[in-house]
Design a protein around this ligand. Structure first.
Ligand SMILES: [Zn+2]
Length: 419
């Protein structure tokens, strides 16, 4: 009966009258209804357009304001004059996020979406209903001129916008797994918007980053690692692992199909009275859209901690009469479930995993582009996969998109030898 954000209140309305110095703008939740000056102070009156969780921010500073319209929604960025460089990226991300989320998850309930800069006393962004305070240090002064960089500004804004559905409409009960419904879902949402904006190659880089972060952090867990469904607010699980798992499920189920499950959560639990939804509700919705042949994916990634130990042992290419190449890839595979202390149990596998061929990386890339891949069933131990390619690949790789966690990612690819 209690949600994890606010234990002692549920949906409420807010009206604020706030005063500040004459040269500042004060911001409270909701639409600006009135503004006036009196006794040397500047006054603002705001009112929330839609009921919301009891979770608000109040800010005041000497702001510049960038404004745009997205349908009937006012998009606003409040920033310090000298920090204008990434403001257009923020507005772009808000627009793209609203377009995707309203199409796939349901309506946006506020009449405004605001990003509000604060100094780097703290380094985070956070979503309140319609208002998103955002530290100067994680976006406003970030230098994104090198075009191979992951666009962290676009991504963080899309994540915070995701919370307007995942937390501010669907809020989990105060129990294990609740941040799967908010943080992991905000990640998933941001990834979908990022992929549309920057393409699949960009996502591959991002998934690799998330996967490495997760594996690095689980080694430093001091209490006990939980499966994603039972996450206890651990960031490396609900952000880093959550991204890879939900993006991976999207890969196997299809975007429209998995989004049906997510939309069903909004339809059932958005702004609904308690009892609040749990990770079990999400699991049930996902199960409905998952064919029996793929339910092992839900269990491996939500109910268990699953780690592979896959390796490319050898890959050889042979030129065919039409000048294309036949590449034979020999692999060894192993799947384990880990317990909370990291003890692993071997699990028999007969799992769908991609095997692909990669180009030589350019100087701007860490990994070469994927030339081709095939989704194949791999069992424990030795496997052989034969692929065709128009060009001579530089490497063969198992799971080139980084959809699964592998204990030793470095041996997942190997140089192709020409025979
Ligand atoms: Zn978040």
């Amino acid at each position: 009966m209690q949600n994890y954000l606010m234990a002692h209140s549920d949906w409420m309305t807010v009206r604020t009258t706030i005063s500040t110095s004459p040269d500042q703008i004060a911001i409270a939740p909701g639409s600006l209804k009135k503004e006036w000056t009196a006794d040397g102070k500047r006054y603002f009156q705001y009112e929330l357009d839609h009921k919301a969780l009891n979770f608000f921010s109040f800010m005041s500073a000497r702001y510049e304001v960038a404004r745009e319209k997205w349908n009937d929604v006012d998009l606003e960025v409040y920033y310090q004059k000298e920090h204008a460089v990434n403001v257009p990226r923020m507005l772009n991300s808000m627009r793209k996020a609203l377009t995707y989320y309203t199409e796939h998850f349901g309506p946006y309930s506020n009449k405004q979406a605001r990003i509000i800069e604060f100094p780097r006393y703290a380094s985070f962004a956070q979503a309140f209903p319609g208002t998103m305070p955002y530290s100067e240090s994680i976006g406003f002064i970030t230098d994104l001129t090198a075009d191979e960089d992951i666009d962290m500004v676009f991504y963080v804004v899309a994540h915070e916008m995701g919370h307007q559905w995942w937390a501010h409409q669907v809020i989990g009960a105060e129990m294990q797994g609740s941040t799967l419904l908010s943080e992991s879902m905000a990640q998933y949402s941001a990834l979908m918007v990022m992929e549309r904006e920057y393409g699949r190659a960009h996502m591959r880089k991002f998934l690799k980053y998330e996967s490495d972060k997760y594996q690095e952090a689980r080694g430093g867990e001091t209490i006990g690692e939980t499966p994603l469904m039972y996450v206890e607010n651990q960031g490396y699980i609900h952000y880093n692992k959550g991204s890879v798992v939900l993006y991976g499920l999207r890969e196997f189920l299809g975007e429209d199909t998995i989004n049906k499950a997510f939309r069903a959560l909004v339809d059932s639990f958005g702004y609904a009275e308690p009892p609040w939804p749990t990770a079990l509700d999400m699991y049930r919705e996902l199960r409905k859209v998952t064919p029996d042949s793929l339910t092992y994916l839900l269990d491996d990634h939500l109910k268990y901690i699953t780690l592979y130990d896959n390796r490319v042992v050898e890959s050889t290419a042979r030129m065919l009469s039409d000048s294309s190449y036949e590449v034979t890839v020999k692999l060894t595979c192993e799947k384990n479930h880990a317990d909370s202390l990291g003890r692993e149990t071997h699990i028999p596998m007969n799992d769908w995993i991609d095997v692909g061929l990669l180009k030589e990386p350019t100087d701007k890339e860490d990994e070469g582009a994927v030339i081709t891949y095939q989704r194949v069933r791999l069992k424990d131990g030795e496997n052989t996969v034969v692929l065709r390619s128009e060009e001579l690949p530089e490497k063969a790789a198992i799971d080139p998109m980084h959809l699964f966690f592998d204990r030793v990612p470095t041996d997942n690819e190997k140089k192709v030898e020409v025979k």
